[in-house]
Design a protein around this ligand. Sequence first.
Ligand code: PLP
Length: 429
Amino acid sequence: MLLAGAPFADAVDRLGAAAVKHAIHRAQDSARRGEIAPEAVAHTAAGLLPTTATTLTSVLNATGVVVHTNLGRAPLSAAAVAALSTAAGYVDVEYDTETGTRARRGRATLAALLAAVPAAEDAHVVNNGAAALALAAAALAAGREIIVSRGELIEIGDGFRLPDLLISTGARLREVGTTNRTVVADYAHACGPDTAFILKIHPSNFRVEGFTHAVPVHELTGLGVPVVGDIGSGLLARDPLLPDEPNAADWLGQGAALVTASGDKLLGGPQAGLLLGSTGLITQLRRHPFARALRPDKLALAALEATLTGPRTPVTQAVHADPTWLRARVDAAVHELTGLGVDARTVPSTGLVGGGGAPGVSLEGWAVRLDERYAAALRRGSPSVVGRVEHGACLLDLRCVPAEDDARLLSAVAAAAKNFDHDEDSTCE
Ligand SMILES: *Cc1c(COP(=O)(O)O)cnc(C)c1O
């Protein structure tokens, strides 16, 4: 009955009947328990309506970790978000409006990728980095051997391991070298008629230090078999701040036949897997049946194009944020909070690239230091603010918080502080 009346009819159009019924039922339950008056059900239910039809909740990332896997990796640029919105409707993703005939899917995205990496002859895009590697293995190495160093057989997270992924395509792994040292002769001895390619994987989420040796791509490309390089993070060109992070242009320049990467790590775009390389190999990949199973949707293609052609991404901005500017923002926040009676201090904070990139690099920054109990309160608040708990304190590192959200972050802290005061008052009673 309530559903038919305003404001619920509008809400049904916006959110769907199930979400609206759920809000009404919760309000009715409250009335039954005597928590609200029966006349207040409609008003209470209206207040319980969600703002959107997704239960995903947007959070302010105050962890200082730029590519935070649990928080969805790369936040998209405004340009990429606008592209997503365009792509949400009917679009010419596979259609030529000029001639009225079918056109190559995602052609503008591929052109943008090739413009960004001129060293690549051709490019292909799949669902994510793991899919890129799986497609390369399935199309080029099923029933044959992939030669790979024992120091590069990595687990990428959540229990998923690249060797298992590669073997699942029907390829065989020929492991060479040891965990800490692999030399070019190890690869050379393993090369034979059964070799499909040498795989060079960038160990993107850990570092081995001490008595170590790994073979650079340019030494592998002289062995007479194709070299496939998994750079991981998706850096397309060199970034001086991340000297040890490989990039696609470099590895292709060193002679790699194919390079694979993720779209939502350092590239700062949507989840996607990039394959860049020779026309021959890319054509083989594109024609393999798996290519259809691994293809990205129009939303990812649109956002990836806008990421490649658009302004500096939020990821690039966060990685390169000026420490002096970060400190000024933190100082301003601390000043304001202190004025509200909150015990807040400015402290140095080490940011990280995170998400499988530049594992040895610490990003110099600053954070608001609060009592540890703020961590849970802020996480559960609105907006949800995710900080970092360190040495018994809650740190809010502003590196990954858009500057225009500083005020929202401050009101979240102020609201949490008020709740603490309130709790303390009630325990005194
Ligand atoms: C992240 C990563 C992958 C997996 O990419 P996803 O986009 O997460 O599927 C594969 N290899 C390396 C080296 C990586 O860093």
